[in-house]
Design a protein around this ligand. Structure first.
Ligand code: KIV
Length: 274
């Protein structure tokens, strides 16, 4: 694929019924591989905190962390649509803060869009960012930055009242101008209803098959995440096992003088003498 994915491409994918493929990335080499596979959408998620930085949640992730990692991803990804997460409390204190921080992710990081968690309560902020010319991706359902308010990483919108709140969140974000909406951990039927009610694409994670696209955290789907694996994660590889086996083989080779052999060494200076 040789065409840069833009907000218009995402809209067209929804209209044409083409499923949007999305994954997270946080560094240059993985972003380059993802981009070369033809993935449509790369999210520099604040899952960076858990996947890469060893934090227990996304809450400690900073703007500087996000700019730093977005830069590496943007350098690598020539075709995919690059979205960067706005971290915890970088868009909730004032619209001015939100605009400045969103602008950094585009101007310094090289992202094409920013992602914010929340519904009706952030719609005015979303509108201000979109009006400033910055595409915004929404994120509702399980919003990990609010894990303390939600009381854990749980499925959202299971009863009529919370489902109806999520439907009005989706509508007010669409009215505010978002270009796509991440639906995280919501029941299949609710995700379907929201998807069918919107003109912009939904991208599901733990939201069933009826979303317009799907996203997973790269480290989860590659088997590189330590600890709990959520129900919605399909693991496509076991990179943890590959790294362990490779490093154990290296340790054994070095300790048994099996590495480096001549093949991995430079010829002795004596052989250069004529
Ligand atoms: O930070 C992240 O990786 C995300 C995805 C789970 C959608 O927000």
């Amino acid at each position: 694929m040789n065409d840069k994915v833009t907000v218009s491409t995402l809209k067209k994918f929804k209209k044409d019924g083409i499923k949007i493929t999305a994954l997270t990335a946080y560094d240059y080499p993985t972003a380059k591989i993802l981009d070369e596979t033809g993935i449509h959408f790369i999210l520099v998620g604040d899952s960076l905190g858990m996947a890469v930085l060893g934090y227990e949640s996304t809450i400690p992730v900073t703007m500087d962390d996000m700019v730093h990692h977005t830069k590496a991803v943007a350098k690598a990804a020539k075709n995919a649509f690059i979205v960067a997460d706005m971290p915890f409390m970088t868009y909730n204190i004032s619209k001015e803060d939100a605009l400045k921080n969103a602008a950094r992710l585009l101007a310094e990081g090289g992202a094409q869009a920013v992602k914010l968690e929340g519904g009706v309560e952030i719609a005015e902020t979303v509108k201000a960012i979109v009006n400033a010319g910055i595409p915004v991706v929404g994120h509702i359902g399980l919003t990990p930055q609010s894990v303390n308010k939600l009381g854990g990483y749980k499925v959202q919108g299971k009863d009529d009242k919370t489902a109806s709140k999520l439907k009005s969140d989706a509508k007010s974000l669409e009215d505010a101008g978002i270009c796509a909406l991440v639906l995280e951990c919501v029941p299949i039927d609710l995700a379907r209803e929201i998807t069918e009610s919107l003109s912009i694409p939904t991208i599901g994670i733990g939201a069933g098959p009826y979303c317009d696209g799907q996203i997973l955290v790269l480290h989860d789907m590659l088997g590189l995440t330590q600890g709990h694996k959520p129900k919605f994660v399909k693991q496509y590889a076991n990179i943890d096992k590959i790294i362990r086996e490779s490093v154990n083989n290296y340790i054994s080779d070095v300790q048994n003088s099996l590495f480096p052999t001549e093949e991995y060494s430079f010829a002795s200076r004596k052989s250069d003498v004529k």
